[in-house]
Ligand binder design. Sequence first.
Ligand SMILES: Cc1ncc(COP(=O)(O)O)c(C=O)c1O
Length: 378
Amino acid sequence: MKLFDVYPVNAIEIQKGQGSYVFDANGTKYLDLYGGHAVISIGHTNPHYVNRLTEQLQNLGFYSNSIEIPIQKQLATLLGEVSGKANYQLFLCNSGAEANENALKLASFYNKRKKIVAFKNAFHGRTSLAVAATDNPKIVAPVNETDNVVFLPFNDEIALEKAFADFGNEISSVIIESIQGVGGIQLASDSFLQKIRTLTTQYDAVFIADEVQCGYGRSGKFYAQDYSGDEADIYTMAKGMGNGFPIGGISISEKFVPWHGELGTTFGGNHLACAAALAVLEVIKKDNLMNNALEVGNYVMNELKSFDKITEVRGKGLMIGIDLPVELKAVKDKLLFENKIFTGYAAPNVIRLLPALNVSKVEADMFLEALKMQLNKY
Ligand SMILES: Cc1ncc(COP(=O)(O)O)c(C=O)c1O
């Protein structure tokens, strides 16, 4: 049997990881500023994480949601504390798409409406509703197509007001990434996020903050939406939540009253996944990683300002987009194959930095030096 060939891959086999470094089959060391797509939040094979998962596995790996699972409650308590949302409720699932799927569904159960407002260049995942709310027709199969999703321009307050004025009573939810990831590190303005809050409240629609990529401390605040000073009704999360162990979740405001059977999953919230997520939060809290994300992120963005070949640098904390002219498309691969540094990419030619939240300034300097060296070739 062969693999279903859907991924374009780099010809590198990573066999080992430690902190912000990974090692290939030949023992070559790479600096990882991509984190397997924003997933590695506390560094590869973090000792506390490895111990917690090992201990849990030796006791019990899995049992279904039909029994008491105290570690889920521990996770909810710590997540409530670290995210500053102790009054919210937690539903656990397995991925980012599933988190968004459940959030959109919950919104519709809540207000019995069908329309979803999403934004240009949004990416919310590949399952049915999540992909329907994703602005990329190429990955939307005919069966996923629906008139229930309306795409509006990102950061356009007038268009948003007009949509609510025209059909506000039909809108179930507004879903937004406060920092678009796949869309190329585009930041929603505070006033746009505030406008979403005002209009969703006014029309009893649900404000869903998709924090799958920009959340979990990456921006320097727990949720990137926190910068707007308002609260969303539902926050969706995944990627950094398990540092590589598949887990997703939605943090749900008090106004949603659950009923048995409303949402459900076999694997979501299993013992091992909760142990992974608890270990991540414990490290984020103990090592003050949101502060580090902000400090190192600001440092990198400031330094990049003096690079004259860069067209624009955008980001918050450790979610950074570096726009390069399209003629310099080879730079990302040169960083990987010559300098041994993993970075991410977004169209048309954006280098995306999504490192672990405990990446150091020394490691950031290694990247800055390498980028300078590559850009000087042009
Ligand atoms: C903002 C955002 N939402 C949702 C998803 C989907 O997450 P997953 O791949 O875990 O389903 C992604 C993945 O890249 C994402 O960046």
